[in-house]
Design a protein around this ligand. Sequence first.
Ligand SMILES: Cc1ncc(COP(=O)(O)O)c(C=O)c1O
Length: 379
Amino acid sequence: MIYLDNAATTPISDIALETYVHVAKHYFGNPNSHHDIGSEAKQLLDASRRTIATILGAEQDEIVFTSGGSESNQLAIKALLSASDESKDHIIATDTEHSSIRNFINKIERQGYKVSRLRGDEHGMTSFSELEKLITPDTAVVSIQHANSETGVIHDVEKMGKVCRQRGVLFHSDCVQTFCKVGVNAKWFDALSVSSHKIYGPKGVGAVYLNKKVDAKPDVPGTSQEFGFKAGTQDVPGIAAFAAAAKQLNTDKERQFLEAEELRSLMIKGLQQNEIDFTLEGSPKNYLPNILGMRFHGMEGQFLMLECSQAGVAISTGSACQVGEDKPNRTLKAMGRTDEEAREFVRLSLGKNNTKEEIDLTIQKISAILKRHLQKVKF
Ligand SMILES: Cc1ncc(COP(=O)(O)O)c(C=O)c1O
């Protein structure tokens, strides 16, 4: 099977798997226990925290380990709300955030918060002027994804963070798709979220950066682990494996970026040479090269995904958290596409294990599927 769904999850790397097994076997102590076996696990936990902090340009005590990107997003926004003035009851987020943010914001809206949803342009890019217009003296938190998981569009979160800071608003960003793929710097944010399984680490592990200058309060007072922000014994093997995966990918990120760019161009050129009628969605300038959000004209994404699966190519119809909803793709709708266009959406997401041969084969298979399908539709 050719795996082109790396934005949904990545296969665990050898180094992460070896680290996991080694730590689970030899450092099984509870890091919160005060005997030597616990202290050894705690040392590893601290070393992993240092690794993630160093990659982000943060300090060790600004990193909170979580169960993944979704929990990180919700924890981060809750923490920032707890730090902002009680009279402030307004939140701003893009209308293309990951479901973990969207659902959380919908929930707190029902509880009385005012929510503004930032619309992007036709490429899914969020504009500064729009953000600036929406900020009011009541705005507590702005949350804007670094990159969209379906189109790969990259937002200029550094500039957006400056706008928020100037206006006294706390800024969070979902950096799940960009961490260790492009530069992510904690200095741009008050909080940011990352996840292990998108970077060849184990599933069920993630982290939040919480700027310590922000007076965030734990959700459940009395919690002792993770500076009070996340209850429960830490998954030390998972966290150590996450740190190992992050260190490896971060060191290699420039090369990986160029390789993804090369495979992306191959895919686009190959489909064009085969006279396939498609649209590449997202920004032509600011994008993650490993994510290709596409519409193949005249074929529903769901059918193409199933046909590709039968032909041995794993692609998706968008964020794994939206799959099964049987609705036109939400991100494409937010970008102004019709229902029909949004239903055509598929995402091909590349990873470090993909090869040129796999891309050539994928082009051949998709071209054959589309030609067959469009002929059937004609008759
Ligand atoms: C942008 C983005 N944010 C958050 C998440 C959720 O991460 P996790 O699966 O670790 O909860 C994902 C995963 O699909 C994502 O792509």
